[in-house]
Design a protein around this ligand. Structure first.
Ligand SMILES: Cc1cc2nc3c(=O)[nH]c(=O)nc-3n(C[C@H](O)[C@H](O)[C@H](O)COP(=O)(O)OP(=O)(O)OC[C@H]3O[C@@H](n4cnc5c(N)ncnc54)[C@H](O)[C@@H]3O)c2cc1C
Length: 427
């Protein structure tokens, strides 16, 4: 191929899917350009530990350019992709256009507020690094405000926290937040009666962690309640106003802070492409991950509604492993197409799911194996430390986890910057 222009593969998104795709293209005779609006890759499963003052941003995020040092053929461009001209095969961004021969869309997901702008404005999400930092700042700020107020009603409101969404993200945040409050913050605020802090987890279905086996749901709820979290199931958030969080059954939780973990939808880039969208606004793809009628465009990870094998109606779940495996498959499919091979269907290998409720408590569902309590927690620790990138990060995270476990310490109790919802995620 020497002397010929190499085909250019543009990958939008340096998350789990985009990076896996770039790695799979390593060594292939293509020019790879990876574009992301951030110059870092985020390990989302530990974002809630940033929001609960246990980990620093650098322990859950790594510079993309550092990750790409091992992939010299991949060029990184910092930029916000604003659209794609599918006919002209050009990606449009805030920093300029980029032509492609093959396009891989891996822009992930954003919080879903189900069209409720007021909720979007008044709640704090956990989906990005800036959101998690804003949530950390906001909850710490509430304790400082409570220290100033003499009014018991106002103090109660400041020290009531609602977490909406009983999926893994909401459950993990609620459990870790309860530990932050009743351990580190209880020592920081000896004049506030932190036994009166209310943490309410609101879940629309009959129990938190509804995708887990019933016995794991019960174990998870028990563990949360043991840490002082009140679980309200079967109720949906309908509004947030000055009084707090309104539920569709007429109840109001008088919370000054509402953390939103009630669902996600495909990144807004998916909306502007005039391609067919499925559940959670994800782009519909063929089993090969190609967009129907556009074989040069593949979609992976949270942005794609990937059909399940054996004709099951629902698409694959929005999980890191789905993103990694589909990203890898897309890279391999593009590399194979250069040799004239036709694309294969993507087959997802389910490695299981897990969620922790804090120290000594996690549930894990790995094939027929169902773990809870201490065993689940040890499995959770192992999987997450192995999945984290880089020796330095692993060591730092392990030190922080050990300090949290042995000394009930959460070292990042710093109010730095905004307590407002960052507007990088569109409602
Ligand atoms: C708080 C939280 C906790 C989670 N915990 C777990 C867990 O424990 N286990 C699990 O399996 N899954 C978990 N998930 C889900 C998991 O993170 C996603 O399934 C996975 O990240 C999807 O990978 P992706 O590559 O599709 O998108 P992402 O990893 O989200 O990456 C998308 C990338 O695209 C970039 N991007 C978006 N739009 C644009 C644009 N217009 N222009 C340029 N760049 C753009 C973003 O900056 C981002 O870097 C969690 C998610 C969250 C939010």
């Amino acid at each position: 191929m020497s002397g010929e222009r190499r085909p250019r593969v543009v990958i939008v998104g340096a998350g789990f899917g985009g990076l896996a795709c770039a790695r799979a293209l390593h060594g292939a005779p293509v020019e790879v350009v990876l574009v992301d609006r951030h110059n870092y890759h985020v390990f989302t499963p530990l974002l809630y530990q940033v929001a609960t003052a246990l980990l620093e941003p650098a322990e859950v995020a790594q510079p993309v350019r550092q990750l790409l040092q091992k992939l010299p053929g991949v060029d990184f461009r910092l930029g916000d992709v604003t659209g794609v001209d599918l006919d002209a095969r050009v990606v449009q961004s805030d920093r300029g256009p980029l032509a492609y021969d093959h396009l891989v869309l891996a822009a992930g997901a954003v919080n879903d507020y189900f069209g409720n702008r007021e909720i979007a404005k008044r709640s704090l999400g956990l989906g990005t690094l800036s959101e998690s930092l804003a949530l950390r700042n906001a909850v710490l700020e509430r304790f400082e405000q409570a220290a100033w107020t003499e009014d018991p009603v106002q103090r109660r409101r400041l020290l009531t926290f609602a977490v909406v969404g009983g999926g893994p993200t909401g459950v993990e945040f609620a459990g870790a937040f309860a530990e932050l409050v009743h351990e580190a913050l209880a020592r920081d605020y000896p004049h506030l009666d932190l036994d009166r802090v209310e943490i309410v987890l609101v879940e629309g279905s009959s129990a938190p962690l509804s995708t887990f086996a019933p016995k794991l749901q019960r174990a998870s709820q028990r563990a949360l309640e043991g840490k002082g979290v009140r679980v309200l199931s079967g109720a949906k958030a309908s509004a947030i106003d000055e009084q707090g969080l309104r539920l569709d059954d007429g109840r109001t939780i008088g919370a000054a802070t509402v953390a939103w973990a009630a669902g996600v939808r495909a990144a807004s880039l998916a909306d502007g492409l005039e391609l067919e969208q499925g559940s959670h606004a994800r782009l519909k793809v063929l089993p090969t991950l190609q967009v129907p009628g556009r074989p040069e465009v593949l979609v992976v990870g949270d942005m794609a509604a990937i059909p399940q094998a054996h004709g099951r109606p629902e698409s694959l779940p929005m999980l890191a492993q789905v993103a990694i495996q589909s990203g890898r498959h897309a890279g391999e499919a593009i590399a194979a197409s250069l040799h004239g091979r036709s694309p294969q269907d993507f087959r997802y290998r389910d490695l299981g799911t897990m969620a922790t409720q804090g120290r000594n408590a996690a549930v894990a569902q790995i094939g027929p194996l169902k773990l809870s309590g201490m065993l689940g927690w040890l499995a959770w620790l192992l999987v997450h430390i192995v999945a984290l990138g880089g020796l330095r990060t692993r060591l730092l995270v392990l030190i922080n986890w050990a300090a949290a476990y042995l000394l009930t310490e959460r070292p990042v109790r710093l109010i730095t910057g905004t307590t407002e919802r960052p507007d990088e995620q569109e409602a």
